[in-house]
Design a protein around this ligand. Structure first.
Ligand code: KG4
Ligand code: ZN
Length: 345
């Protein structure tokens, strides 16, 4: 049973939802009341830095430790008590099974004890709905490029919860390309922000081949390999090649990744005749991507949308936004719901 449900469709109805995000290595909780986000707390796990990537078992254990304090702080900073909650939302997938399990089990237990309904949210759908947290909101049809450490996707949105994936990566995500190439360069994990910073002082002197992938799909594993062979070859001739050219290598890699992303986005928006265009996900913080995105918008007449940074990276605020619309529509799940690590839009 979905629990104690407030009457839908009553315009005077006020409702408050606690949302939980635990799909990867950020434990996050947010409170949304009548579509307004009151708090959005994110506890980032630093334990993975020593390993150069997310270690699933460690991520899950950290979620266990952090989920209660993060939820408590989200409630406190919103000035909301558990008894005032009307529903609990959580990320059902996609993500790491062990990480998703923590958020899902916590949400189920709390919803059961408070006798309120549960709302299951698709993480990738929520990244797109992050554009609806603040004004101005996009009009439909809207196109969003979601770029993070785990995903690279172009989505067409015809309405709230009416999303269609037009293209995705066939191998690595764009953020993963930044992180893995950064690792070859000796940069700390996650390397994306370091590459961005170093690239600002460098010039894109080196060129790397762009993959020829049909349609609106992406591929980044070839680029990763070609940078690796390029570095190996140059290091044979000069062992200090990386340290002498670090800024220019970063600028060159960044330029290649960003043009792969923008070329595909321009192509997809042109073919679908869409001028409401957004970017989301952690990589949307990249300064070159933002610059080229704004440049494209000027030449192609797009209205562009980039969520506030706290709603770009993995966060429960975007889960709360998606949950708000599901609550309005009365879309709840039963308590036998399970995480779906490979959940698709
Ligand atoms: O959305 P997010 O916080 O978590 C995932 O769902 O993965 O994205 C993290 C990714 C990492 O790969 C990180 O290196 C990348 O976003 N990233 C950046 C920048 N800031 C974060 N990549 C390039 N430039 C940046 N400024
Ligand atoms: Zn994400």
């Amino acid at each position: 049973m979905p629990g104690r449900i407030k009457k839908m469709g009553d315009p005077t109805n006020s409702f408050t939802i606690l949302a939980i995000e635990s799909s990867c290595d950020d434990t996050s909780a947010a409170i949304i009341k009548n579509g307004q986000i009151l708090s959005n707390l994110i506890a980032t796990q630093t334990v993975h830095e020593a390993y150069g990537g997310v270690v699933p078992e460690l991520a899950s254990r950290q979620h266990h430790q952090q989920i209660v304090p993060v939820v408590d702080q989200a409630l406190e900073s919103a000035g909301v008590t558990l008894r005032e909650l009307d529903a609990i939302a959580f990320t059902q997938g996609p993500g790491l099974l062990g990480s998703l399990l923590v958020g899902c089990s916590f949400a189920k237990a709390l919803a059961l004890s408070l006798d309120i309904p549960l709302i299951a949210i698709n993480h990738m759908e929520a990244h797109v709905l992050a554009h609806f947290v603040d004004e101005p909101r996009p009009q439909f049809p809207f196109m969003c490029l979601t770029v993070s450490g785990g995903h690279t996707q172009i989505v067409r949105m015809n309405g709230i919860h009416r999303l269609q994936v037009l293209g995705s990566t066939r191998d690595d995500a764009a953020g993963e390309a930044f992180d893995k190439i950064g690792k070859y360069l000796g940069l700390p994990y996650p390397a994306g922000p370091h590459v961005d910073k170093l690239a600002k002082e460098g010039n894109p002197l080196f060129s790397f081949p762009k993959p020829q992938v049909p349609g609106h799909d992406f591929s980044f594993s070839g680029l990763k390999t070609s940078v690796l062979y390029f570095l190996k070859d140059r290091i044979k001739k000069d062992p200090d090649f990386i340290s002498k050219n670090l800024k220019d290598i970063c600028a060159s890699v960044q330029k290649t990744i960003v043009s792969i992303l923008l070329d595909k986005l321009e192509q997809a928006a042109g073919r679908e005749k869409i001028t409401q265009v957004g970017i989301a996900g952690g990589v949307s913080a990249n300064s070159e991507l933002r610059r080229r995105f704004r440049e494209s918008s000027e030449s192609l007449g797009w209205d562009v949308f980039i969520p506030a940074f706290q709603y770009c990276t993995d966060n429960a605020g975007m889960i709360a936004m998606a949950a708000h619309y599901k609550f309005e529509q009365g879309v709840f799940v039963e308590h036998d719901v399970v995480p779906e690590p490979r959940l698709k839009i």
